[in-house]
Design a protein around this ligand. Structure first.
Ligand SMILES: *Cc1c(COP(=O)(O)O)cnc(C)c1O
Length: 376
């Protein structure tokens, strides 16, 4: 059976976990958390990076930092994971869903402005499959309307848009280190903060609303409760696990990209014959091979193809059910404008097995099976 995902694992994770345990400090903000934060800051150029317990929690922190209040509106695509919306719904926001572009499956930047009202507070672009949204346009819209931008870059670690790291372009950026993502700590994430002046409040929110981070740096004599907050910092054992993978980030990235390229080349003919559509990577984007998807003609063909692959011991999956069609999406949000592509294109999409260490013979088997399906 070729699984759909294998969590990234190198072996060196054990060494660092042992070190973390030997340090006798496996609670949050130990040595490995600091190393991971510094790595993200250096790699992305963001003013401040803070490891968190999940991307969902990074998004929640961003919603708190943006001071989202009941009645505020937040703009995002409907084609995304539930967490993108949940984080803002928890603060009482109303979600305004905007249609996607059929080429990248990202929010259609040209449709954002029509969704803006005097209640709009933020735009939340999602970099689907680690391929960047049209960020110049989005940042320009935000600037003109005095809105904040929070990037859901859960899938975008190591990806770039016009040479800038995804997650480090908007006011806030949210990474995921869940085991289904390119770099893993089991459950985990990071919040990227673009402006230094927002870093202190972020630290406070992450540390139960206290100024403990300043205290630990020796900047104050005792720490106290200063704001509303929660606990969003991961154990240093988890950070140690992630650290092993960040040190090999280029190797992991190149390995994934090589697999992605093999799929991409192999399906050129099926695309020319009009059977499938392959992913589109805009010229200004450098992606990270987070996933390889194909789009079948319609949902019926997709269902048959997934079943056929399963009969051949290959696990392919689909996602997402557009949020505006889910019960909570109807309760907490609304689609603005016409759903021209969100439902239609998500119905067509299937993800093929893609993970670090995917073997050539496995890739061949997947390619052969898809080709055989279309010959039949
Ligand atoms: C994975 C994912 C999340 C959630 O990440 P967690 O770390 O599991 O909380 C949010 N948004 C998108 C687009 C994702 O792919």
């Amino acid at each position: 059976m070729i699984p759909f995902n294998r969590p990234p694992f190198l072996g060196t994770e054990f060494n660092y976990i042992k070190e973390a345990v030997n340090n006798q400090k496996i609670c949050g903000d130990g040595e490995f958390t600091k190393k991971c934060n510094a790595w993200i800051e250096e790699k992305t150029g963001t003013a401040k990076a803070l490891l968190t317990t999940s991307c969902t929690h990074s998004l929640e922190m961003a919603a708190l930092l943006l001071d989202i209040k009941p009645g505020d509106e937040v703009i995002m695509p409907s084609f995304t994971f539930v967490s993108t919306a949940d984080a803002f719904v928890l603060r009482g926001a109303k979600i305004k869903f905007v249609d996607i572009r059929p080429d990248t499956m990202n929010i259609d930047e040209k449709l954002i402005e029509q969704a803006i009202t005097d209640k709009t507070k933020a735009i939340v672009p999602v970099h689907y499959a680690g391929v960047g949204c049209e960020m110049d346009t989005i940042m320009d819209i935000a600037k003109r309307h005095n809105l904040k931008v929070c990037e859901d870059a859960a899938q975008g670690v190591m990806s770039e848009y016009k040479g800038k790291a995804l997650g480090a372009i908007g006011d806030y950026g949210c990474y995921s280190f869940h085991e289904t993502k390119n770099y893993s700590m089991g459950e985990g994430g990071a919040l990227l903060i673009k402006d230094e002046e927002n870093a202190e409040l972020a630290e406070i929110i992450r540390e139960k609303g206290t100024n403990r981070s300043r205290f630990l740096r020796g900047q104050i004599d005792k720490y106290t409760w200063v704001e509303a907050g929660s606990s969003y910092l991961p154990s240093d054992m988890n950070a140690a696990y992630l650290w092993a993978q960040l040190q090999e980030a280029d190797m992991i990235n190149n390995n994934r990209l090589a697999s992605w390229d093999k799929y991409y080349k192999a399906f050129e003919q099926l695309e020319q014959k009009g059977y499938v559509t392959r992913p589109v990577i805009p010229a200004e984007c450098k992606h990270n091979a987070h996933m390889f998807y194909l789009k079948a003609e319609n949902i019926d063909v997709r269902t048959k193809l997934i079943s056929y692959l399963k009969e051949n011991d290959i696990l392919a999956v689909f996602h997402y059910v557009p949020l505006h069609s889910a019960p909570a999406g109807q309760k907490f949000g609304e689609f603005v404008g016409e759903d021209k592509y969100t439902t239609k294109e998500s119905d067509r999409l299937l993800r093929l097995p893609m993970y670090y260490g995917l073997k050539d013979d496995e890739i061949e088997r997947v390619i052969d099976a898809v080709n055989k399906f279309y010959k039949g």
